[in-house]
Design a protein. Structure first.
Length: 539
């Protein structure tokens, strides 16, 4: 793959500029860089979903590229399709076989002088069928299903009936089965249990093609990748390093230490030159010439001076509510719900949420945690039981799927309906790590982590006194998770949260927990979260 003069901007902000790089085929690459360096933008250019301002990426003829969507449905999938049929659609075998039959019929109906052209088409189709291993394809799919612990029960469901984690696992299985020349993975391990992760690591290490990975999971990167592509936000450049992420970090540390030494040398030289200029600038004769000479050297030094980017400081910001809630903003009594009217996913669950309380829902994967939140926000209707929401309860909801954002609008345009001053809005977005011209990026070009931050930022200025959060840290790196937790920790309203991130929940200040499916209420302790985190890593 060759990157030639690649340049991409959003408004006045240059993401990367004049990139020229040749990347070998069939290697496993970790794509790294700070927030806003353009990692997901680069993937979207590779996929043809974005057009660069200048330059292009050149592939070998016939190269097939596929990626792991963060949310099934973003890529236009019909969510009413059966899971097994969705997986089978990863290889276009049905379409190719149908086309082959049509060509053989056409051969019998066409004059002999046109046969060579038809034979060429038939050969092309047969080569594709051979590439997709048409006779063993279903067995290959079944091995992937088994390796990723996708149960028979999940296979029989429709996509729309799956939890966010189940959808992600199914999408990953389809990607592996689709057998592209280049696989693009953007934060692929968010919903994976340990057994599935181990299977995928082994699968990708032995994959006969190229794999590009954006991930904050260092262990996953180190296990799979043999090269690292660093996107440098400050220099707007790409650089390819031999070795995995840990090797790259060692090289970066050495590079940074050398850079700091150079900075120290430059600063000493600058001080010496300035002292001479200051001392002799008003003199005459040789001393004046010396001052003029040093002034020229100082001017050249300042032009070539190494600049080290200073990290952005956190902006102070408090979540405000439009009004106070009742003492008990939410009551749930004997709640039951099922998708198929046969087996209750949620059965006889009862609890109250108190004013200002931070309340956590935990349980194994697939027990109905996200479903319970959707019942609370009235996206779903219970089969029986009651949900009482007081008249003074104003609910704001954060969904795993991030479907509350307007994709064709910029970050700042997504806040227009809230009538915030530019200063207040800049303050809010800065607290969620969006600075300068970054606010003019369109939502559709953002990475999943950036979209998550926009959605959480919008939630924080909704004026609501009751926040409903479904896995809010899934797309966030540990450092950003800490920043976000710091914002919501100070919220004085009520919160109900689904999360298995012990660092986030502990820092947030959770008070009580309900365990599904049993509906057991208890006070928060670290052991509960750690237990279910480990349990879900095995399921």
């Amino acid at each position: 793959m060759q990157i030639k003069n690649l340049t991409m901007t959003y408004g006045k902000q240059t993401i990367f500029e004049n990139i020229n790089l040749v990347i070998p085929n069939d290697i496993k690459i970790g794509v790294v860089g700070v927030n806003g360096a353009g990692k997901t933008t680069f993937f979207k250019i590779m996929m043809g979903l974005l057009t660069p301002d200048y330059g292009k990426i050149i592939y070998k003829n016939g190269t097939r590229i596929d990626w792991l969507p963060q949310v099934i449905g973003d890529e236009g999938t019909d969510l009413s399709i059966n899971v097994f049929d969705y997986l089978l659609s990863g290889r276009p075998l049905e379409e190719l076989n149908k086309k082959l039959e049509e060509l053989y019929v056409k051969l019998g109906e066409t004059e002999e002088k046109y046969h060579n052209a038809i034979y060429n088409e038939i050969t092309n189709i047969q080569e594709k069928l051979e590439y997709f291993d048409v006779y063993n394809a279903e067995n290959t799919l079944l091995k992937i299903i088994d390796g990723m612990n996708i149960t028979e029960e999940i296979l029989n469901h429709k996509l729309c009936e799956l939890s966010g984690g189940q959808k992600s696992k199914v999408a990953f299985a389809k990607l592996l089965y689709s057998k592209p020349d280049i696989i693009l993975l953007d934060e692929p391990t968010n919903h994976l249990d340990e057994e599935s992760k181990d299977y995928i690591i082994n699968y990708l290490k032995n994959y006969n093609g190229s794999v590009y990975i954006i991930s904050h999971d260092i262990k996953f990167l180190d296990e799979v990748t043999d090269n690292t592509l660093h996107l440098d936000k400050s220099k707007k450049t790409f650089e390819l390093f031999k070795g995995n992420y840990s090797n790259f970090k060692k090289l970066q540390k050495i590079k940074e230490e050398n850079l700091l030494r150079q900075v120290e040398i430059q600063e000493r030289e600058e001080k010496k030159l300035r002292d001479i200029v200051l001392l002799y600038s008003h003199s005459s004769g040789k001393r004046k010439k010396m001052a003029q000479d040093r002034e020229k050297k100082l001017e050249k030094l300042m032009k070539e001076k190494i600049k080290i980017e200073v990290p952005s400081k956190n902006v102070k910001f408090n979540i405000e509510m439009n009004r106070e809630s009742e003492l008990i903003p939410l009551q749930i009594k004997n709640l039951c719900f099922s998708y198929n009217n046969e087996h209750n996913l949620i059965e006889d669950v009862s609890f109250d949420i108190y004013k200002g309380e931070k309340f956590l829902i935990v349980g194994e994967n697939g027990v109905g945690k996200s479903t319970l939140l959707k019942l609370i926000i009235k996206e779903l209707t219970p089969n029986s039981g009651n949900i009482y929401i007081s008249n003074k309860t104003d609910i704001a909801y954060y969904a795993q799927e991030l479907d509350g954002l307007e994709m064709d609008k910029t970050i700042i345009e997504n806040f227009k309906d809230l009538n915030l001053s530019e200063k207040k809005l800049r303050n809010v977005l800065g607290r969620f790590l969006f600075f300068g011209d970054e606010v003019f990026k369109k939502i559709q070009v953002l990475s999943p982590g950036e979209r998550a931050r926009v959605a959480l930022a919008k939630l924080s200025v909704s004026g609501s006194n009751f926040l409903v959060l479904d896995e809010p840290t899934n797309h966030l790196d540990p450092e950003t998770t800490k920043v976000i937790a710091d914002v919501f920790k100070e919220f004085e309203g009520s919160m109900i949260i689904v999360s298995h991130n012990p660092d986030f929940t502990k820092y947030l200040g959770i008070e009580r927990t309900i365990i599904l499916p049993e509906g057991i209420l208890s006070y928060y302790n670290d052991g509960i979260i750690e237990y279910y985190q480990k349990l879900n890593s095995k399921s």
